[in-house]
Ligand binder design. Structure first.
Ligand code: CIR
Length: 265
């Protein structure tokens, strides 16, 4: 488990716009907006129940994907890097996120032509694994690496050949353990870094959200939830099916800010 934090985590989340039904997605099935909003409320409740302080930003009707706030910034210690999202339609999402982060962190901005989505950045202690995907490139990883060096963090890039983001397939469970959708990515870069990798068969089981001692797992990954509970984690199953339809998962829906001196997934 991640260590209990001396002070609570803060998470910034963004309300679901009516426009969410037109979000970028590979699954053509229609999105149920009311169910999405109910699931978003459930997600916020799960964060709150895990002791997280939640800041809710208003919905952005001009940007259907804005509720996937994780992609718009990477928070590293005292700094926050506002990304240049890989999807052109998402680039206008960042303004209100930067304004909200400025109250908590020293804010830096990524400039063109670099691209990076926060969903491609996976922190494991002093390492930042950065997926090179359709949404994040080497220039984006280099800009992140410059900022990361200030926090004594090392960037290691990983090609993401399939799927949307690195964290669509692999996320942190505890300080030295990752959970990975089996077959989606080569686990070698993680095991070479001394991390344990739990392989799971459920596609959305690869994206869990570790919050101190609490672990949020999608209700659509029951076997993953059972595996992690059997390993002693305090697992909360969260319904986010309408966000899976939008190619998102648990981490995408929040930006986490650890208290000073700590770090979080
Ligand atoms: C997109 O395609 O950008 C959104 N529909 C989904 C973003 C999911 N974000 C994430 O995995 N961090």
């Amino acid at each position: 488990m991640l260590p209990a934090l001396a002070a609570p985590l803060t998470a910034i989340v963004r309300a679901v716009p009516d426009a969410y039904v037109r979000c970028l997605r590979t699954d053509p099935a229609p999105i149920d907006l009311e169910r999405a909003r109910a699931q978003h409320r459930g997600y916020i409740a799960a964060l709150t129940d895990a002791g997280v302080t939640v800041l809710l930003l208003p919905a952005d009707e001009a940007h259907p994907d804005a509720c996937f706030i994780e992609d718009t910034a990477v928070v590293l210690g005292a700094h926050a890097l506002i990304t240049r999202p890989g999807a052109p339609s998402r680039r206008g999402e960042v303004g209100p996120v930067a304004a909200a982060l400025a109250a908590h962190r020293s804010v830096h901005t990524m400039h063109a032509p670099a691209i990076l989505d926060g969903g491609d950045v996976l922190r494991a202690g002093p390492l930042l694994f950065v997926g090179l995907s359709t949404r994040s490139d080497a220039a984006g990883a280099r800009i992140l690496a410059e900022l990361a060096a200030r926090e004594h963090l090392e960037v290691r890039t990983i090609p993401v050949a399939a799927g949307l983001h690195l964290k669509s397939a692999v996320t942190l469970v505890d300080e030295r353990t990752l959970v990975l959708h089996d077959g989606a990515l080569d686990p070698a870069p993680f095991t070479a870094a001394g991390l344990d990798v739990l392989r799971v068969a459920e596609p959305v089981g690869g994206n869990v959200l570790a919050l101190g001692r609490h672990l949020l797992v999608s209700a659509d990954a029951p076997a993953t939830a059972a595996l992690l509970a059997a390993r002693g984690h305090a697992v909360t199953r969260v319904e986010v099916g309408e966000f899976h339809r939008g190619d998102g998962a648990l981490t995408c829906l929040s930006l986490r800010l650890a208290p000073p001196g700590a770090w979080c997934a």
